[in-house]
Design a protein around this ligand. Structure first.
Ligand SMILES: [Zn+2]
Ligand SMILES: [Zn+2]
Length: 435
């Protein structure tokens, strides 16, 4: 008998049964269908082998048990930038699913007021936002929209501390303690909420445009022809069309999370968006949006109007513009609610809280650092000294003649140049300190 005859009748499972993952190679296993659609059922993350808590493992790309080595790959589809979006209607809002799709708990921080979603049974005693230990666990209310898409963590947790250490060591105007001491002990992997918006914008502008005109006229006192330029203002109008693609607006309230630092983590590659599965969140923290969809869209429209204004200015034939007005019409607006991977660490230095973040997809580090101001003042003094010194030498010399005037002139140039460098330095340093 040839092998071909064995499998001629394809066996199909009885009704109500479906194929499940088999642990024995070559053996197909069927099990009864779950009572509810898997999507609506709270998923449990106890290890099927040993009962311990499993967690999403970045290197394995699946839910793994660190005690017995059990690994289950997350079954999800990569959807990228073409992930479905929703129109702006009440209907789409009410159709969207609620909660995380699994039983999770909320870690509430009494110190900064932040709420973080954590896995059931997770042992977390510190707030990732402010490093306070005044946290308590409450049960999750599940009343927010469920994210539809996310970018999974790509940078494994063990890479965060070396990256942060290198970043902390940079810059001469920070305290030496940042380089020598262990300031940041651990990062929390956090899925942060973002809204993305798409829209078509038609912007109509109207403004007075200035044109330079040169004209010749006869100067009677000098008895000669001269040219002079003047600006002629003309009312003009035009329109530009813009396509807004995946404008990102953070769903985190700025009082808990620095939006300046968050902005420096960009860009995220949205081509790597996958369909949401609670598996990705197992053992990880997440934040539900604090900024609601209407609030985020108001912020988004403000950003888009700025973009449209820039496009209008580029549309104009001259850069001499006054009395500019613009009317922007939005159409085909749509939104998505997504999660992006960020590692967050908060540390305290001399009583103040600083945040450091690592982009969980690209590894880019951004954050705030204390400043050793004495180093900055010393540097500014050094920058301003040559100019001051030269001017002071020049003053008595000037009484004697030309050399002194030259010294004063050079001194003033050096001083003004030094002052500009100092102001830039001050502003740069100031920014690195702020959250
Ligand atoms: Zn196990
Ligand atoms: Zn806190």
């Amino acid at each position: 008998m040839s092998e071909d005859h064995i499998h001629t009748q394809p066996w199909s499972p009885p009704e109500g049964y479906h194929q499940v993952e088999s642990r024995v190679p070559g053996v197909v296993v069927f099990a009864p269908e779950p009572e509810h659609a898997p999507d609506d059922q709270a998923v449990s993350y106890a290890c099927p082998n040993c009962g311990a808590n499993t967690a999403y493992d970045v290197a394995a790309g699946g839910v793994a048990c660190e005690y017995c080595g059990y690994v289950a790959k997350v079954k999800t589809a990569q959807v990228g930038r073409f992930a479905d979006d929703f129109e702006f209607t009440l209907e789409t809002l009410s159709q969207a699913r609620q909660g995380w799709g699994t039983q999770r708990q909320v870690l509430h921080c009494d110190s900064c007021g932040a709420d973080l979603s954590i896995s059931e049974g997770a042992l977390t005693t510190v707030c990732a936002f402010c490093a306070s230990n005044q946290v308590n666990v409450i049960t999750s209310p599940q009343e927010t929209l469920r994210p539809r898409f996310l970018i999974p963590f790509k940078i494994p947790p063990e890479e965060t501390l070396p990256r942060a250490k290198a970043w902390l060591g940079k810059g001469w105007y920070h305290p030496d303690a940042l380089r020598s001491n262990v300031i940041v002990r651990r990062f929390y992997g956090l899925y942060l909420p973002f809204w993305t918006f798409n829209a078509m914008v038609n912007a109509k502008w109207r403004a007075q445009i200035g044109y330079q005109q040169t004209e010749r006229h006869y100067n009677a006192s000098q008895k000669r022809w001269e040219t002079r330029t003047r600006i002629v203002w003309k009312w003009e109008s035009g329109q530009v069309n813009l396509t807004i693609d995946d404008l990102l607006i953070s769903g985190s309230a700025p009082q808990h999370l620095s939006h300046r630092i968050l902005g420096e983590l960009n860009p995220f590659n949205l081509n790597e968006l996958v369909a949401y599965s609670p598996d990705f969140l197992a053992g990880w923290q997440a934040q539900a949006y604090e900024t609601t969809l209407p609030e985020a869209w108001e912020m988004g429209k403000k950003n888009i109007r700025e973009l449209a204004k820039k496009a209008c200015y580029q549309d104009m034939p001259s850069n001499q513009v006054r009395n500019f007005t613009m009317h922007a019409d939005f159409s085909d607006e749509s939104w998505r609610y997504i999660l992006l991977p960020v590692y967050l660490a908060a540390y305290r230095y001399e009583g103040k809280v600083y945040q450091v973040m690592v982009n969980g997809q690209s590894g880019v580090v951004a954050g705030s650092k204390p400043v050793a101001w004495w180093k900055v003042w010393l540097a500014i003094a050094a920058i301003l000294t040559p100019g001051t010194f030269l001017t002071l030498i020049g003053l008595p010399l000037a009484l004697l003649g030309g050399l002194g005037i030259l010294a004063i002139a050079l001194g003033i140039i050096l001083f003004v140049g030094g002052a500009i460098i100092s102001i830039n330095l001050y502003q740069h340093v100031r920014k690195s300190e702020s959250n």
